[in-house]
Design a protein around this ligand. Structure first.
Ligand code: NAX
Ligand code: K
Length: 499
């Protein structure tokens, strides 16, 4: 599913009406019917509704929904309207609902708090994708009153009022919805925090927008359907060399564990051969976890440039190289990283400590960088808030450097600067040392099976996140470890395969 900016949505709306003859009135009626259907699934005719509406088309959707409910015998409906400049569609909807006999409009005065507290369901149609700048004071006060409500549910139309549809940022304050019903497709504000949290559960009502118009956006959400289509095939008539050869250059005396998790990740996702080379010896821990991993130690503390000669055959044979987990950041090791990248033309996953060498590397599209927030912040030299809420930085960097980036965060961004995918599976079970090393291994294991770096990164991000959700539903997000996730990867895989 494509993910849109507010402008892209407006363009689609415009084309649907001008080129395809499905007018904004029709779309608004469809929007209202979809909200009505959702409401009537969950609330009966005795429900006390309060519609809190602005005077733009978001408010117009609210008026049309209230009218549908009223017309079907939902009698306990109050409508509060905030603002003066009514859009044309809002004006029409106001006339229409009055024609149907509805007249229970309430004022925003001292009584408003009481109306809010007795409502079983508040429908928020204050502002949708037309939000401009910081919220006006009156709007802020209303949102504060609604958010301090102790009981009942809040449903937002299109996007919680106060959330910027392009970034997910809160403009002053925003409605904390239990559910949001949006139209056509997700907006960026639904999938980036804090907007993602304020939206509650999200329902996308398709309306009659022609599907092909959505290709206006180069951004997509990673979904299970997508993963099902992308998973590499495993033909029966095959052998291990058909599933690729992963070379993992990782670990140091100080950080031995990371390399093991990467190797396990590559193997458990189906790579034919996984070869792990570490500077120091950790044979018992590798073999304990997975005897199938081919393991070699160079019997030293850390990698340095001259090790390239020792492993050059392995570099040549590899279908993909992983470099970085647990390497350490000494100058010698950074030179080693550069040497490996310069000595290979194939795909490389550059992670963790190896990311410290990025400035000195000549990148290319088949090199994947997998930074977390701190690493990304350092790579693009900006502050944390900017980088987490501005996917465009990441896209720009990928385009400029001609690399593929997997920016690991609560909403993961996977981009080569031309196409961008957002993954929203996962939870805090992944906010632990080691989960990045595992992800890196999974990405490499998929590349080894013949996928391009973007596809491999999309699948790996989805599966590791989904496995974290499955495992933590039994063991909690506190308890679940990267090794638990590695060992349970098959459950997310089977879920996709059997879907
Ligand atoms: N785009 C589409 O394809 C469709 C849009 N529809 C609805 O139309 C909405 C967009 O309508 P509009 O473009 O009229 O815009 P909105 O109704 O989202 O917002 C405009 C209103 O918000 C107020 N406002 C904006 N910024 C403010 C701020 N900082 N402080 C206080 N008030 C502020 C404006 O004064 C105006 O009243 C969508 O969110 C959706 O609900 C639906 O009817 C279905 C089809
Ligand atoms: K809204």
């Amino acid at each position: 599913m494509h993910i849109l900016t507010a402008d892209e949505m407006k363009k689609i709306d415009d084309s649907t009406s001008k080129e395809y003859g499905i007018t904004s009135e029709v779309l608004m009626e469809q929007a209202a019917i979809s909200i009505y259907n959702e409401i009537t699934k969950n609330f009966n005719k005795n429900t006390h509704f309060l519609f809190v509406l602005g005077t733009g088309n978001n408010g117009g959707d609210g008026l049309a929904t209230a009218r549908l409910l009223y017309n079907e015998g939902y009698k306990n409906i109050k409508i509060a309207i905030i603002g003066k400049n009514q859009s044309e569609l809002f004006k029409k909807q106001l006339k229409t609902i009055k024609k149907f006999g509805f007249d229970n409009f309430i004022e925003i005065n001292d009584d408003f708090k009481n109306h809010v507290s007795v409502a079983d369901c508040i429908v928020d149609g204050l502002i949708g994708i037309g939000l401009k700048g910081e919220l006006k004071k009156e709007m802020l006060e209303i949102i504060n009153i609604i958010n301090s409500k102790k009981r009942g549910k809040i449903i937002s139309i299109d996007i919680p009022s106060g959330i910027d549809a392009n970034t997910g940022k809160v403009f002053g304050n925003a409605i904390k919805a239990d559910k949001t019903i949006t139209f056509g497709s997700y907006k960026l504000g639904h999938i980036f925090f804090p907007g993602r949290e304020y939206s509650g559960s999200i329902i996308v009502a398709p309306l009659s927008f022609p599907k092909k118009l959505f290709s206006i956006s180069h951004r997509e959400l990673v979904t299970r359907d997508m993963i099902k289509k992308l998973l590499p095939k495993r033909p029966k008539f095959s052998q291990k060399y058909d599933f690729g050869n992963v070379l993992i250059l990782a670990g140091s005396a100080e950080f031995p564990g990371a390399s093991v998790l990467s190797a396990i990740g590559a193997q458990k996702i189906g790579a034919g051969l996984v070869r792990l080379i570490t500077p120091c010896s950790l044979s018992s821990s590798v073999l304990e976890h997975e005897p199938g991993i081919i393991y070699k130690s160079l019997n030293k503390d850390k990698f340095s440039l001259r090790d390239i000669d020792v492993i050059s055959k392995n570099i040549k044979k590899a279908s993909v190289i992983v470099i970085g987990p647990g390497l350490g950041r000494s100058n010698e090791t950074m030179q080693f990283v550069r040497g490996v990248v310069e000595n290979s033309k194939g795909p490389i996953v550059v992670d963790a400590d190896a990311l410290y060498a990025v400035d000195a590397l000549t990148l290319r599209k088949n090199i994947v960088l997998t930074p977390h927030v701190g690493e990304m912040q350092r790579i693009v030299r900006t502050d944390e808030i900017e980088i987490r809420q501005n996917y465009e930085y990441t896209e720009y960097f990928a385009k400029n450097k001609k690399a593929t980036i997997v920016f690991k965060d609560a909403t993961t961004i996977i981009t080569n600067g031309e196409k961008t995918y957002f993954n929203i599976t996962g939870n805090t079970a992944l906010s632990k040392g080691g989960s990045g090393d595992l992800l890196t291994g999974i990405i490499a294991g998929l590349i080894a099976q013949g996928l391009d770096v973007m596809k491999a990164s999309i699948i790996a991000s989805y599966l590791s996140g989904r496995t974290a959700e499955i495992v933590s539903s039994e063991k909690s997000e506190y308890y679940s470890t990267p090794l638990d996730i590695a060992k349970n990867l098959y459950r997310a895989l089977l879920e996709v395969m059997n879907d």
